[in-house]
Write a protein that binds this ligand. Structure first.
Ligand SMILES: C[S@@+](CC[C@H](N)C(=O)[O-])C[C@H]1O[C@@H](n2cnc3c(N)ncnc32)[C@H](O)[C@@H]1O
Length: 210
């Protein structure tokens, strides 16, 4: 299956999910708010301390949960959210507080480079794309993300170290090898790369500081 078809399927899957379950963790295909927040807590380690303003691209932003999470923690940030799902963006716009200037797009071309980019849960579903095709697609997307990010970026992925019995290594999901992606980021993006694989979920996080 071509990646273009996978993207169409992704759009359909996530739009249907959020329309059916609403703008909440289940609607973004997470098990619980706790697991979503544990992931955010890893990814936001790439950001500066809370008192230091920055700009952020939320790549695959869903209904904008990360922006709300950062605001509740007191961060000051200019925010652009991008998602291929029209329905996610509609929900994000409805959830947006009146007193912020967060921007939401369904077209990647509208994104303006920012200090940081975060991509949470974006690479997990590959439907029936084969592993090599999907990995190439991810690498191309990481190159785009690096170009959009002046100071750094962070992303996560399901781990190839998942227990095959428990996760059943479902063929529609992509389980990335953290060592491969760590090495790729180190060789291609920056000398400053951190791999976090110590937070008790079946995924890992990479932080890249430019
Ligand atoms: C698991 S949800 C996570 C949403 C959000 N990042 C969060 O953590 O709450 C994944 C989101 O990524 C979006 N997505 C997947 N692949 C994408 C791509 N290539 N470009 C833009 N959005 C994408 C989906 O539409 C979906 O809303």
């Amino acid at each position: 299956m071509s990646t273009e078809n996978v993207l169409k399927q992704l759009e359909k899957f996530f739009s249907e999910k959020v329309n059916r379950l609403g703008p909440n963790p289940q609607g973004a295909d997470y098990n619980s708010p706790e697991s979503q927040f544990v992931r955010f807590d890893q990814l936001i380690k790439v950001l500066p301390p809370v008192e230091q303003p920055f700009s952020l691209i939320d790549y695959g932003c869903g209904y904008g949960a990360l922006a709300h999470y950062l605001r509740e923690k007191g961060y000051q940030f200019d925010y652009q959210g991008f998602d291929i799902s029209e329905a996610m963006i509609q929900h994000a716009l409805q959830q947006k507080p009146a007193d912020v200037d967060w921007k939401f797009f369904t077209s990647e071309a509208e994104l303006v480079p920012a200090d940081y980019t975060i991509a949470c849960g974006v690479f997990n579903m590959k439907f029936d794309a084969d592993n090599d095709t999907w990995r190439t697609f991810i690498l191309e997307l990481l190159v785009k993300i690096a170009r959009l990010s002046h100071k750094g970026f962070a992303f996560n992925m399901l781990t190839s170290y998942s227990d095959p019995d428990r996760m059943a290594q479902r063929p529609d999901l992509y389980f990335g090898d953290p060592l491969f992606f760590f090495d790729y980021c180190k060789r291609n993006f920056s000398r400053n790369v951190a791999l976090l694989h110590d937070y008790n979920l079946y995924d890992w996080t990479i932080l890249v500081r430019m």
